[in-house]
Every structure is written in C-alpha cells, then in structure tokens.
Design a protein around this ligand. Structure first.
Ligand code: TYD
Length: 136
C-alpha cells in the first residue's frame, strides 16, 4: 500500500529572485486531470470528511497553513502540517482525510480524475466497513 507522503519536487530559484516549484510528468505519481482551490474557510470548520475510491491528489498550501489528517486503509492516522508552498502532500486512493485551514489559507489540489460524486465515500462508517473488508 502506498502511504501518504510529502513529495520532493524540483524547487528552482534563490533568495534574490524567488522560488518556483514544478509538478510535471515523471516527477508525479499520476497524471493531473483537474485542479481546484479552496479558500475563505473559517478556522473553526473542518473540511474533507471523505475518502475516494480511485482519486489520487496532491495538496499544497499556497498561502497560510493546512493541518491535514489522512487515515490509510490499515487504520493508521497520519498528520501533516502544510505550512509552506514548497510542501506537496500526496494522498493515495482510499484514504479518509480531514483538513483544518489556518487564517487566510489557500489550498490547491491537483487531482488524478475529473470531479465524480460517485467516487466519494462520505460516510466514515461506510469507509471503515470498506477498508476492513478489502485489501487495497
Ligand atoms: P468537497 O470535495 O466535499 O470539498 P472538501 O473536501 O473541501 O470539504 O466538495 C465540496 C462541494 O463542491 C461538493 O458539493 C462537491 C463540489 N465540487 C465540485 O462540484 N467539483 C469539484 O471539483 C470539487 C472538488 C467539489
């Protein structure tokens, strides 16, 4: 099973001209089919609360901080603090995620599939039933 992890992507630049991180081709675990971004999230709201049957994602805090909790099918909860635009979190399929936005945070998601509601598992009870009965 592939674990969620921070990707190491080319980070180009320097202190005097600024930095640029590249997500393309062979550096990525999947081909990007969709991008979306989320912002203006009150810091007392937790977003996410779902898993995906097939979708894989890269999550980046373009601004501010994101506290990510990612539960894998073996029921281990991993936490990641995305507090810099150079940190790119890979989330494999069949992981339950919860996301806490810091003040003013902007989340960019690069995704492996176009939006499909049927790919969501929105009930934690259903998620646990699925992962306890299948090998991912
Ligand atoms: P959702 O993925 O549940 O957001 P989050 O994980 O940040 O809590 O999506 C929120 C709503 O937006 C939901 O009604 C589905 C819709 N949506 C789209 O229509 N297209 C998209 O690409 C995404 C990501 C969401």
């Amino acid at each position: 099973m592939t674990q969620p992890h921070i990707l190491s992507l080319p980070d180009i630049g320097s202190e005097d001209i600024g930095r640029l991180v590249v997500a393309e081709g062979a550096n990525l675990p999947f081909a990007i089919k969709r991008a979306y971004w989320t912002f203006d999230v009150p810091s007392d709201k937790i977003r996410g609360h779902h898993a995906h049957y097939e979708l894989q994602q890269l999550i980046i805090a373009l601004h501010g901080t994101l506290e990510m909790t990612v539960e894998t099918p073996d029921r281990v909860r991993h936490t990641f603090l995305l507090d810099h635009p150079s940190k790119v979190l890979y989330i494999p399929r069949m992981c339950w995620r919860e996301i806490k936005f810091g003040h003013g945070a902007v989340l960019l998601c690069l995704a492996s599939m176009e939006y499909e509601e049927a790919d969501y598992i929105r009930s934690y009870y259903e998620y646990v039933k699925l992962v306890e009965n299948t090998t991912v």
